[in-house]
Design a protein around this ligand. Structure first.
Ligand code: PLP
Length: 389
């Protein structure tokens, strides 16, 4: 049969029929332990009863009305995100890329009001990942993604992650924003250092630049706090999120301080589907699960357990495993040179699904409500895979 899907992804040779919790079932009835979770999207697992209930209830009321109207789910989710993030205003869209696009526009508008035509510089970081649109791609510090699509947006500069001096060199009053992931995800689960994050905050304050934290992957509880910046005790001016926010339903959100958002006015930005009541109702459910039904506590309990188990494996197979790093349930195992692809393939044979991330790193992204037994099962399967490569 001819395949009409555009060839933009390397895919597993698996066609998924259904899922439940951390498990997916293919069209032939094979069951896999899914520690990819739709790339950190399915925080409550597959077919989560709370999400199904919310979808049914909200779909039978109203799915979409556009932002020409108010809806209760959008107002409620904005209120919850503002309260828990410590930021003031929320803009809704549909994805991580769009959220970063929105954040960059907020920053450029801020710079425009402060010093028209001058305050346009944006600093991003090498090995970052912020999305695929022309704007988000422009601040993604990986040349192999950017090069074929130049010219991209201008006045963007790459600094070195965890190297504050490299930021200082680029910093001046013409900078409107610094954008970073506090735990670089796509390029290998690399956490920022405390002094680096504090230093960026200070530099941004000194030069009236906005600090943008991309929490698309590390946010929504995955780091152990709602947002990773809360694990550093540093407040950004803008935070973007998406992936796990809707429990599997597409939604993105940008949170900003009143200071950053003050110049964003009707006509500056918009999003037809953004903040639709179906997606926002799911977002509200996810927030309740995190804070009121113990899911955030579960991340912290399971994180310590999972890290300990993986470090035992590292000690047992030092010739194959280099290190284990990350935060919360955003965990990367860096394999020794040449072992990543074979380990992932062997894991798949043992029906454990894992995603790669950057240089020799394998990503473990279980649902945020993962149980101890499921972690034990994943570790057992991963060990079997590592043992045979
Ligand atoms: C996945 C990701 C994005 C892009 O999100 P999409 O929803 O795919 O547009 C942006 N930033 C980070 C850190 C991500 O992990």
């Amino acid at each position: 049969m001819e395949n009409h899907v555009m060839n933009t992804y390397n895919r597993f040779d698996i066609t998924v029929e259904s899922g439940h919790g951390p498990w997916i079932v293919d069209t032939e009835g094979n069951e896999y332990l899914d520690f990819i979770s739709g790339i950190a999207v399915n925080g409550l697992g597959h077919a989560a009863p709370q999400i199904i209930k919310t979808l049914n209830e909200q779909a039978s009321k109203v799915i979409h009305v556009s932002n020409l109207f108010w809806t209760r789910p959008q107002i409620e989710l904005a209120e919850l995100l503002a309260e828990k993030s410590g930021l003031d205003k929320v803009f809704f869209d549909n994805s991580g890329t769009e959220s970063n696009e929105t954040a960059l526009k907020i920053a450029r508008k801020y710079g425009y009001e402060k010093n028209k035509g001058k305050k346009t510089k944006i600093i991003c970081f090498k090995n970052s990942f912020h999305g695929r649109s022309m704007g988000a791609l422009s601040v993604t510090g990986q040349e192999h993604y950017r090069e074929p699509f130049r010219p991209l947006i201008g006045d963007v500069y790459d600094a070195e992650f965890n190297n504050l001096d490299s930021v200082k060199e680029l910093m001046d009053d013409d900078v409107c924003a610094v954008i970073l992931e506090l735990i670089q995800g796509e390029s290998g689960i690399l956490p920022a250092e405390q002094e680096f994050v504090e230093g960026i905050r200070k530099l941004c304050d000194e030069h009236d630049a906005l600090m943008i934290c991309d929490e698309v992957q590390c946010g929504m509880g995955r780091s152990g706090k709602l947002f990773a910046y809360q694990t550093y005790g540093v407040m950004p001016d803008i935070a973007t999120t998406a992936k796990a926010l809707g429990g599997g339903v597409p939604i993105g959100a940008v949170m900003a301080s009143d200071k950053a958002a003050q110049y964003f006015v009707p006509g500056d930005h918009g999003c037809t589907f953004g903040g639709n009541p179906l997606a926002c109702a799911c977002g509200v459910t996810v927030m309740h699960e995190l804070f009121d039904n113990g899911v955030l506590d579960n991340v912290n309990e399971m994180s310590g357990y999972f890290f300990a188990k993986l470090n035992e494996l590292k000690d047992k197979y030092p010739e194959k495993i280099n290190l284990v790093r990350g935060k919360g349930l955003l965990i990367g195992i860096q394999m020794k040179e040449g072992f990543k692809a074979p380990a992932m393939a062997a894991a798949e044979k043992h029906k454990l699904l894992l995603a790669g991330a950057g240089n020799e790193v394998i990503r473990f992204l279980p649902p945020l409500n993962v149980k101890k037994e499921e972690i034990d099962e994943a570790v057992k399967r991963f060990e079997a895979a590592v043992a045979e490569i």
